[in-house]
Design a protein around this ligand. Structure first.
Ligand SMILES: [Zn+2]
Length: 104
């Protein structure tokens, strides 16, 4: 496989880069890791998360999804007991766990 950046020499460094590209400042950041062990996207998190501010955005709305993205990014609990909920939501999920688990 040729270097993903200069396409001239065989890649012999991680991320499919050649030695000189890999160690050229800035080049490495242009190419995400190809390792299956690398962390990508929002950091995974397990454990007790801090409580976010409750939101008035209704479940399923783009506003709520944006709130969830922001909470995940900040390492906050995705759900808050006082978040706005649809009136048909049963009270059974009152005790929803506060741990964050992100699909990868
Ligand atoms: Zn190169």
């Amino acid at each position: 496989m040729l270097c993903r950046h200069c396409q001239k020499v065989k890649s012999n460094r991680p991320r499919g880069l050649c030695w000189s590209c890999y160690y050229t400042p800035g080049v490495r950041d242009l190419y995400p890791s190809t390792s299956k062990f690398a962390r990508r996207g929002v950091k995974d998190f397990n454990g007790r998360a801090r409580m976010p501010e409750p939101t008035s955005a209704l479940p399923g709305t783009p506003e709520k999804v944006a709130i969830l993205e922001q909470r995940a990014r900040l390492g906050l609990s995705l759900w808050h007991p006082l978040d706005a909920r649809l009136s048909t939501t049963p009270a059974a999920d009152e005790d929803a766990p506060v741990t964050i688990s992100l699909a990868s």
